[in-house]
Design a protein around this ligand. Sequence first.
Ligand SMILES: NC(=O)c1ccc[n+]([C@@H]2O[C@H](COP(=O)([O-])OP(=O)(O)OC[C@H]3O[C@@H](n4cnc5c(N)ncnc54)[C@H](OP(=O)(O)O)[C@@H]3O)[C@@H](O)[C@H]2O)c1
Length: 336
Amino acid sequence: MTEFQAFRVYQQDNKVIGRLESLTFDDLSQGDVLIKTAYSSVNYKDALAATGVGKIIRDFPRIAGVDVAGTVVESKDKRFKEGDSVLVTGYEFGVSHDGGYAEYARVPAEWVVPLPESMSLFEAMALGTAGFTVALCVQRLEQNGQSPQMGQFVVTGATGGVGNFAVDIMSSLGYEVVAVTGKQDSHKLLFELGASHVMARQDIKLDGPPMEKGQWGGAIDNVGGEFLAWLTRTTKPWGNVASVGLAGGSQLNTTVMPFILRGVSILGITSSGCPTAYRQPLWQRLASDLAPKHMDKIVTNTVSLQDLPDVFNKMLAGETTGRTVVAINPTDHIPM
Ligand SMILES: NC(=O)c1ccc[n+]([C@@H]2O[C@H](COP(=O)([O-])OP(=O)(O)OC[C@H]3O[C@@H](n4cnc5c(N)ncnc54)[C@H](OP(=O)(O)O)[C@@H]3O)[C@@H](O)[C@H]2O)c1
C-alpha cells in the first residue's frame, strides 16, 4: 500500500492545527483523476484556512492547499491519461475537498486544467491562485472597458502575491501603475516590477467625504475595508475597481454616489468560483500575453511541507512578500 506525506488540518479543543502525517490513497477525497504532486503554493486563503483564523475549512480532518501542479497517475476520465502534466486551483480544493499539501491529490476531472505547453510545473505554482486571479481581473476589466488611457491604475496590497503579479502584468499591458504598500522597504522592488509610482499605505487619508477628486483610472484591490471604500471615492468616471481581497478587512462602508454619479464599477473577482470554461483560456494567457516578466523577483521563497506553519504565521502578520512555492516532489530546476 502506497504511503505518502500530507499536511492535514485538524480541529482540536476549538483550535485548528495542521501537521504532517503519513496517509494512504483511501484517506483522500474521491475524484476521477489521481495526481502525483510536484508543487503547491501558499496563498493568503491557505494561511486563513490552515490556522483557523478564517473559517474556511469546516469539516476536519482536511488536507489544506488550494493549488496543485503535478502529473496524472491514473484517470477514470478520458480527457486525461497517465503522465499528463496538469494543475488544479480553486473550486473546493483544500476547503471541503482534500487539497494540494500532499504528495498525491484526487479530484473531479472538471477541476483539472492541462498545463500550458510552454509552462513548467514550478511556474504553474509560482503563479498559482494569485497569478490566475490577476488574469481573471484582466479579463473582467477588459470586458468592462478598462484601458490605459483612462488614467493611473492602483494596485493595493502591492507586495503580496496577487499584488506583485498585478503590478507586473498591468504595467506590461501599458497601464501607469500606482502601487500601494505598507512596507517602506519594498518601494525599490515595486518599481522593478513595473510600478510608475509607489504610495505608502499609511499616507492615505481614509476618512474622506462620499466623493473626492477623481484620480484613478481603475484599480485592483487586495485589501478591502477602508481602502476599497477610498478607491470607490477617488476613481474617475467609468473606472473599474476589481475587488479581490480582504487583507485589511471585509466591511465596505461607502455610498452609492460614485456609482450613480460617476459610473464607477466594482468588479467582483472569485478565482475559486471562476466558471470552468474560462480557466484553460486564462492559463493559456498566463503562458503568453499575460506571462509575468519578473517571476525571478516575485518568487521569494521555496519551502517544504514542514515549513508551512511558519509561512502561514508570517503571511497573516503581513510579513511576507511575493509568492511562496511548496516543493513536494520537485521535477524542475528550482531557481534560487
Ligand atoms: N477573490 C479571489 O479570487 C482571491 C484570490 C486570491 C487572493 N484573494 C485575496 O486577496 C488578498 C491577497 O492575497 P495574497 O495571496 O496575495 O496575500 P498576501 O501575499 O498575504 O498579500 C496581501 C497583502 O495585503 C497587504 N496587507 C496585509 N495586511 C494588511 C492590512 N491589515 N491592511 C492593509 N493591507 C494589508 C500587504 O501588502 P502591503 O504590505 O504591500 O500593503 C500584503 O502583502 C487576500 O485577502 C486573499 O484572500 C482573493
